[in-house]
Write a protein that binds this ligand. Structure first.
Ligand SMILES: NC(=O)c1ccc[n+]([C@@H]2O[C@H](COP(=O)([O-])OP(=O)(O)OC[C@H]3O[C@@H](n4cnc5c(N)ncnc54)[C@H](OP(=O)(O)O)[C@@H]3O)[C@@H](O)[C@H]2O)c1
Length: 331
């Protein structure tokens, strides 16, 4: 089956998903089921920028393994890389992109400002630090990594710096991460540019439906972190991880796919961006091989119903500089 056709089909089914007929290099499908064509499933952000829906994350990827992991991802066909100043591996991401032979505008680079760099001037400077480590002039999507609920004025100043960077064309889109509805409400009331993305924890055991709905109501794309429930495994508290969930495994078996592939397909069909991480070449390929099957509405509902409402990551309200602050080095 023609992959470009399937992407177009899917885009009609998903609000917010880019129409492969409208142009952009992300969407220029070539006709055959090539890796390039498979990577073109895209989301239109609220400012018209087009972002690949499926990306590659590098949280906890050691700096000395980052270049190899990102190189493997780019060779597989991923065209969105998600990093963060706090991951201490932006340099490796930039190196892999430069060495890939891909043109700069063929890869969508996303990074995040850490809370220790919030405040208008500090955040402008933090952009310079990230851009320098990545080795780029322009970042495609720049996020605030967390709200600082106890210092929200500083958070707003950081966001205003992102707005300035967007206005100057230094970043193509701006957004937030781990913002809860109350944080979004204040942000929307106090600033000019509606965030393009809210990157939040979403996997079958924790789906935050109300928060996703608030985002959708404002045209904010939900991007799922820990999309295959990695956090239920590496920070699991002894319970079942999403990888071993009997419902997900049953659906996976029916489609001849893995649990991870089913979870990624679930995100894409529900209109979310997803950024799975791996340092293992076979898993990097596996996590991108999700464009040749479709989950039924009933299967999507069965996965939705697995939500336990228990967060794996830190409570967004509990983020403070005292507990989570750390210096982001200049180089
Ligand atoms: N904004 C935030 O606060 C925030 C927080 C967390 C994560 N993130 C972003 O989201 C990305 C993904 O989240 P995540 O790393 O927490 O979790 P994830 O992508 O859901 O899962 C990654 C974990 O699962 C393993 N894994 C990967 N593919 C697998 C497969 N096919 N089968 C079995 N195991 C597999 C990985 O180990 P191996 O590497 O050994 O394969 C790793 O331990 C991060 O890298 C980061 O970019 C953002």
């Amino acid at each position: 089956m023609d992959v470009s056709f399937r992407c177009a089909d899917l885009s009609r089914a998903m609000p917010g998903v880019g129409d492969p007929g409208t142009d952009s290099h992300w969407l220029s499908v070539g006709g055959g089921p090539t890796v390039e064509a498979m990577s073109t499933l895209a989301l239109s952000l609220n400012n018209g920028v087009v972002m690949p829906a499926l990306g590659f994350g590098v949280f906890q990827t050691p700096p000395d393994e980052t270049t190899d992991a990102v190189a493997a991802a780019l060779a597989t066909g991923y065209r969105l890389i998600d990093t963060a100043a706090a991951y201490a591996n932006e340099r490796g991401v930039g190196e892999a992109i430069r060495e890939s032979g891909l043109a700069r505008d063929e890869v969508f680079i996303e990074t995040k400002i850490w809370i220790s760099d919030y405040g208008y001037d500090r955040t402008l400077h933090a952009f310079e630090k990230s851009a320098r480590k990545l080795g780029v002039d322009r970042i495609d999507l720049l996020l605030l990594h967390q709200a600082l609920p106890g210092a929200f004025a500083t958070t707003l100043d950081a966001y205003r710096a992102l707005e300035r960077l967007a206005q100057e064309g230094r970043v193509r889109a701006i957004g937030v991460s781990n913002f809860m509805p109350a944080h979004l409400d204040t942000l929307l009331a106090e600033t000019e540019i509606v965030p393009a993305v809210n990157q939040i924890e979403v996997h079958p055991y924790f789906t935050q439906p109300e928060l996703q709905a608030v985002g959708a109501a404002h045209g904010i794309v939900t991007q799922a972190w820990s999309p295959i429930g990695g956090i239920t495994s590496y920070r699991g508290r002894g319970g079942t991880s999403t990888f071993d969930d009997p419902t997900i495994r049953g659906i996976a078996e029916r489609h001849g796919k893995s649990a991870a592939q089913v979870m990624l397909r679930w995100h894409l069909q529900e209109g979310r961006s997803a950024i799975p991480k791996s340092v293992k070449p076979d898993r990097i390929v596996e996590n991108f091989d999700v464009f040749d099957f479709t989950l039924s509405a009933q299967e999507l509902h069965r996965i939705d119903a697995l939500d336990r409402g228990v967060r794996g990551g830190p409570e967004p309200e509990a983020i403070t500089l005292e507990a989570f602050g750390r210096d982001i080095p200049e180089e």
